[in-house]
Design a protein around this ligand. Structure first.
Ligand SMILES: *Cc1c(COP(=O)(O)O)cnc(C)c1O
Length: 383
């Protein structure tokens, strides 16, 4: 059975080499031109026209009023948590089924992740399960939410759009609003994904993106924060620039700041890549349709698809196998036949650093942890 899958992937990708990676970056547009231009201009570092252009493009693409270029997605999350008011000793609600960067960024604030389960369809934080959990443990005091069991403030909620599949973000925001919890969307994987025709990352107070080499488009390394709040955007820029008060020659800093700026040379690459975004998404959505038709005839494999109100970028295609043993068989067969496949992340609450964090029932996350595998998802340029 898995031989058919390997053959199908080889036919679909027509890669010249025997080994087919999970997701490769593609440089088919102005990448070389813009990067060379950045070098020729000598503006390769913290400021330059490509940084400005990148921020404008991110506004145009997402529909957010403001975008701030950041050195990577993890730091974009860290800064957003600070901007949302997360302080040492607070708790931050998030998924245990996510990439470690989400939980790490919370830890950088000396705050504690508080894990709530994901939805059975979207693999993103579940609005109904969050609501149920908060009904049990939350206490509203002076306009803020507290965990009755720990006494700690629940200062933010960070849902994540898994593999670019939009989660039920508007319902989630509704629940969080009811409990006075600001929402930061980890949209690292969901550039080009929409929920109810609105771009992911633009529903919450702040949204963050990643332009790491494995993402839909890449700047080598890079990130962005988007928001509709002018003051927060200004603060994001300021904090990411060592909190330096702009001045022709003087060094004056009004806060502990960070060096979280995206270098202009990376922004040059990002701009060229963003020009390709629509083409990439079309290509990826077409690939997901191809996989869907292929797996439809296989009883023991199910391709995960977007929910009705969502439009996914299908960054990484994900299949669901019957159980852990079936998953391991699939991983073993594909990887020993030159097709790189990978299981979903292990749950955050099972890691040594996060094992004592507060958590709700995590049955859905556990279900996916045992069964989900990512399959070849690069943009096909030989189409
Ligand atoms: C990639 C990713 C990040 C972090 O992005 P970097 O740019 O690699 O720091 C954060 N969250 C999720 C869910 C990601 O997939």
């Amino acid at each position: 059975m898995h031989k058919e899958t390997v053959d199908f992937i080889r036919q679909t990708f027509k890669e010249p080499s025997d080994f087919i990676p999970l997701h490769e970056p593609r440089f088919v547009g102005n990448e070389r031109k813009y990067v060379l231009d950045a070098i020729d201009s000598t503006f390769v570092s913290s400021v330059g026209k490509y940084v400005d252009q990148f921020e404008q493009m991110m506004c145009d693409i997402t529909g957010a009023k403001y975008a701030v270029a950041i050195v990577n997605g993890t730091n974009a999350l860290h800064l957003s948590l600070i901007l949302a008011g997360v302080k040492a000793g607070d708790e931050v609600i998030s998924q245990s089924l996510t990439f470690i960067a989400t939980a790490n960024a919370i830890a950088y604030c000396n705050a504690t992740p508080h894990f709530v389960d994901v939805d059975k369809k979207t693999m993103g934080l579940s609005p109904s399960l969050l609501k149920k959990h908060l009904q049990n443990i939350a206490l509203i005091k002076e306009g803020a939410c507290y965990n009755k069991l720990t006494g700690k403030k629940i200062a933010a909620c960070v849902p994540m759009h898994t593999f670019g599949l939009p989660l039920y973000i508007d319902e989630l925001i509704e629940v969080c609003n009811e409990y006075h919890i600001p929402v930061i969307e980890d949209a690292a994987e969901s550039l080009g994904s929409y929920y109810k025709d609105k771009h992911t990352g633009t529903f919450g107070l702040l949204g963050t993106f990643s332009f790491n080499g494995n993402k839909t488009v890449t700047s080598g390394g890079g990130g962005a924060i988007v928001t509709n709040n002018k003051e927060l955007a200004k603060q994001a820029k300021h904090l990411s620039t060592q909190s330096k008060i702009p001045h022709k020659w003087e060094y004056k800093h009004d806060n502990i700041g960070y060096n979280y700026r995206m270098p202009n040379i990376n922004a040059a690459l990002a701009c060229a890549q963003l020009e390709q975004l629509n083409y990439y998404i079309k290509n990826k959505r077409d690939l997901s349709d191809k996989y869907f038709n292929f797996f439809e005839n296989q009883k023991n494999v199910k391709l995960i698809r977007e929910v009705e109100s969502g439009k996914a970028n299908y960054w990484l295609n994900a299949i669901l196998l019957n159980d852990k043993k079936a998953r391991d068989n699939f991983l073993e067969y594909t990887n020993s036949n030159g097709i790189m496949t990978r299981p979903i992340w292990g749950l955050m609450n099972n890691l040594e650093m996060f094992k004592d964090c507060p958590k709700a029932d995590l049955s859905n996350a556990k279900y996916f942890e045992d069964r989900i595998v990512n399959i070849t998802s690069s943009v096909r340029i030989n189409e």
